[in-house]
Design a protein around this ligand. Structure first.
Ligand SMILES: NC(=O)c1ccc[n+]([C@@H]2O[C@H](COP(=O)([O-])OP(=O)(O)OC[C@H]3O[C@@H](n4cnc5c(N)ncnc54)[C@H](OP(=O)(O)O)[C@@H]3O)[C@@H](O)[C@H]2O)c1
Length: 380
């Protein structure tokens, strides 16, 4: 996950919405058709918003993350579709990128009781378009959140779809498939992803142990140290996983305790190998396909170990749950964040930026490119 501050500052294709001598303070990263983000995205400037109509609010975005799924939405390969930007009438629909973000209420329309100027809100409707400085929102589509959380935590809590997505995805995958007991083990790949880091932290807070797989890299020790600081019990690479003797190492780590939950972020061979570590009646939950390789699992795992496989999509979770259940999820996450159990790192530590993000770890060399293309391939 990245954040949009730099994107808005450095975007190459700047277009002005209306020709005028008035300087427009608002900017948005927009597109009209799906395609390669580097080709279809442009920067739009637009005038101050008119006063909000009844039951709506004008909000100013403080921080809007960029997630792999946002890229897939722009490419047109993601199941959730964006809401058109209705600021000014257009010949063809115009879309603003971004699903997750933290906004501050600037002005409320007639009849709005639940919000006032200065409140922090996140979007509760998916794909509303958050890579913009300002927009007008229906108050039913936003949720007020505590402003003592910190911008980065708040920005990644958006309640409905993917961006409010990473900590909620981690939380739900850890709770919905297996009833884990204290001391139980969870194994995951893509452990340094934003979701993976949230898994590590939430599991540690609950007293569950994590076995975390990452790609090999030059600075593997420092990444291992970073993940252990977050609460990872053990960290290893996919290369180590290919080594036959490594199973014995894992038995030593787990004390022979059966691993009942596996979380799959990457697909492909890394997941085939990881699935072999799962014990009797275990559950394998797939939520990402970062390698863009299909998932292939030995039939013996189903026959002899009664393996159960699931897919998980946070959007579907939100669609199927009541408002109360969504709010409970939010309360649980806010509680963990308030108690410092789920940490957010300031991006400035890594890139000299003033904004924050949850997964700041530098990527392996070939990943930067893949990130631009997003993580959901043809195979899912
Ligand atoms: N189903 C859901 O509801 C849901 C919710 C949130 C996210 N997701 C999905 O979860 C995935 C991770 O999202 P995120 O925001 O946490 O991502 P992120 O922070 O950008 O992390 C991406 C992860 O993918 C790894 N990766 C990238 N290319 C890879 C490759 N070719 N082979 C193996 N690993 C590779 C990266 O490892 P390196 O550091 O080694 O590059 C890193 O661990 C995405 O596919 C996203 O769409 C799904």
């Amino acid at each position: 996950m990245l954040c949009t501050t730099r994107l808005l500052q450095n975007f190459p294709h700047t277009r002005t919405f209306a020709a005028s001598s008035v300087s427009h303070r608002n900017r948005a990263v927009v597109y009209r058709k799906n395609g390669d983000p580097s080709e279809v995205l442009s920067l739009l400037t637009f005038p101050d918003l008119p006063p909000p109509p009844p039951n709506t609010a004008n909000v100013r975005f403080r921080l809007s993350p960029i997630n792999p799924a946002d890229i897939n939405v722009i490419e047109g390969v993601y199941p959730a579709k964006p809401v058109p930007f209705d600021l000014l009438s257009q010949d063809a629909p115009l879309y603003v990128g971004g699903n997750e973000g933290l906004a501050e209420v600037v002005q409320v329309g007639e009849g709005v009781r639940e919000l006032r100027k200065g409140d922090w809100v996140v979007m509760t409707k998916p794909q509303m378009g958050t890579w913009t400085s300002a927009r007008n929102v229906d108050v039913r589509n936003v949720l007020k959140i505590p402003s003592d959380l910190g911008e980065a935590q708040a920005a990644t809590l958006t309640v409905h779809d993917v961006p409010k997505v990473n900590p909620p995805t981690a939380y739900n995958m850890l709770h919905d498939f297996v009833k884990l007991e204290k001391g139980d083990w969870v194994v995951q790949n893509g452990a340094n992803s934003a979701v993976g880091q949230a898994v590590i932290q939430i599991a540690a807070a609950k007293g569950w142990k994590t076995l975390n797989f990452i790609r090999d890299r030059e600075d593997v020790e420092s990444l291992t140290g970073y993940l252990k600081d977050l609460g990872a019990t053990q960290v290893a690479t996919y290369n180590q996983l290919s080594d036959k003797g490594f199973k014995d190492q894992i038995k030593t780590w787990t004390g022979g305790r059966s691993i009942r939950l596996g979380l799959n972020c990457v697909g492909g061979r890394a997941t085939t190998m990881m699935a072999r570590l799962l014990g009797q009646d275990a559950h394998l939950v797939s939520y990402g396909a970062m390698s863009k390789e299909p998932l292939s699992l030995p039939t013996s795992l189903f026959i002899f170990k009664n393996l159960t496989c699931h897919g998980f999509w946070q959007t579907l979770w939100y669609n199927r749950k009541s408002r109360q259940e969504r709010e409970r999820l939010m309360e649980n996450l806010v509680g963990l964040m308030r108690h410092g159990k789920v940490r957010v790192t300031d991006m400035s530590t890594f890139e000299g930026s003033s904004c924050a993000l949850l997964a700041p770890w530098p990527r392996t060399r070939d990943t930067g490119d893949r990130r631009q293309r997003g993580g959901r391939g043809e195979d899912i």
